[in-house]
Design a binder for this molecule. Structure first.
Ligand code: C2E
Ligand code: CA
Ligand code: CA
Ligand code: CA
Length: 279
């Protein structure tokens, strides 16, 4: 990994040196960050459009860097993917989510499904499912409380193996969502073989509801596809009442976005009454 990092460094042009340096230090610090618990999770609530009941959360990682301050995932997830650190990072996320669910369970708090983003490198590991089962079992959690979010690019890596792996995921009782739907290039033909519970319409299409009829058409056909495949459809990045009404009118099942709640630390879920059973 060291020599690979060096080669990459040499490929950068003069103007890119600054970002190459940043990339390099993030790479060095990230391993420590995972071990030293500098990472944290924010939870963004998801709501069923019918009655606006809270129905789940997405866990999103952040990094409290000792020198650089608060970093969003776009600053370090791509580096983590290049360096394979995404695998230990992904396990850190799953472990943290399970600890949180187990805390809620111990407090007698009703649970809601928590979704985590799974990178292809982690999903493709031979011991992925065994380790996932081991983790949930260790916390005494039913598998149905965890949803795995994958993207269309994951499927492209090794379609036959990925589909098998996802079938095992579902057989073990986990939920499975296809994230960023509409942005990838996987064929609809392939999607029908995926054992999905849910598709998540990408926020780039939701953003232009009310302005761009082509994006509206994509949203409408994604909802139709979901209902004909018998999977739930969630729209992400919902920021306005207009978007929300459009989605409801066209039969979208659930929503996630700043209109309803930002990603936030667990303490804020409590104070904003965004725990399951409180709304
Ligand atoms: P994503 O999975 O598509 O996550 C949704 C992103 O949309 C999040 O950005 C969220 O904060 C943002 N968002 C939510 N509601 C709204 C809204 O109403 N408007 C707008 N404009 N944005 C909204 P975030 O947290 O910065 O995460 C960015 C990406 O980083 C995620 O995109 C995901 O691909 C990746 N990521 C985050 N956490 C993890 C993780 O634990 N593991 C992996 N592998 N990737 C992660
Ligand atoms: Ca996601
Ligand atoms: Ca997404
Ligand atoms: Ca995304």
């Amino acid at each position: 990994a060291k020599s690979c990092g060096k080669n990459r460094f040499e490929l950068y042009s003069q103007e890119q040196t600054q970002s190459a340096v940043e990339h390099f230090s993030i790479e060095q610090d990230l391993g420590k960050a995972i071990r030293n618990d500098e990472l944290l999770l924010h939870y963004q609530p998801q709501f069923a459009l019918n009655g606006l009941q809270l129905c789940g959360y997405e866990a999103l990682v952040r990094w409290q860097h000792p020198e650089q301050g608060f970093l969003g995932p776009d600053r370090f997830i791509p580096v983590a993917e290049d360096t394979h650190l995404i695998v230990p990072l992904g396990w850190w996320v799953i472990e943290s989510v399970c600890r949180q669910l187990a805390d809620w369970q111990a407090q007698g708090q009703p649970l809601a499904v928590v979704a985590v983003n799974i990178s292809p490198q982690q999903l493709l590991q031979a011991d992925f499912i065994a380790r996932l089962n081991e983790t949930l079992d260790r916390y005494g959690l039913e598998h149905r409380w965890l949803e795995l979010e994958i993207t269309e690019s994951t499927i492209m890596q090794d379609p036959d193996f990925v589909i098998q792996q996802l079938q095992r995921v579902r057989m073990c009782g986990y939920h499975l969502a296809l994230d960023d739907f509409g942005t990838g290039y996987s064929s609809l033909n392939r999607i029908k073989y995926l054992p999905l519970n849910r598709i998540k319409i990408d926020k780039s299409f939701v953003r232009d509801i009310g302005h761009n009829p082509k994006d509206e058409a994509v949203v409408i056909s994604a909802i139709a596809l979901g209902s004909s495949l018998g999977v739930e459809v969630l729209a992400e990045g919902v920021e306005t009442v207009e978007q929300s009404q459009f989605l409801e009118r066209h039969g979208c099942n659930s929503v996630q976005g700043y209109l309803y709640g930002r990603p936030m630390p667990v303490e804020a879920l409590v104070s904003d009454q965004m725990l399951a059973g409180t709304n």
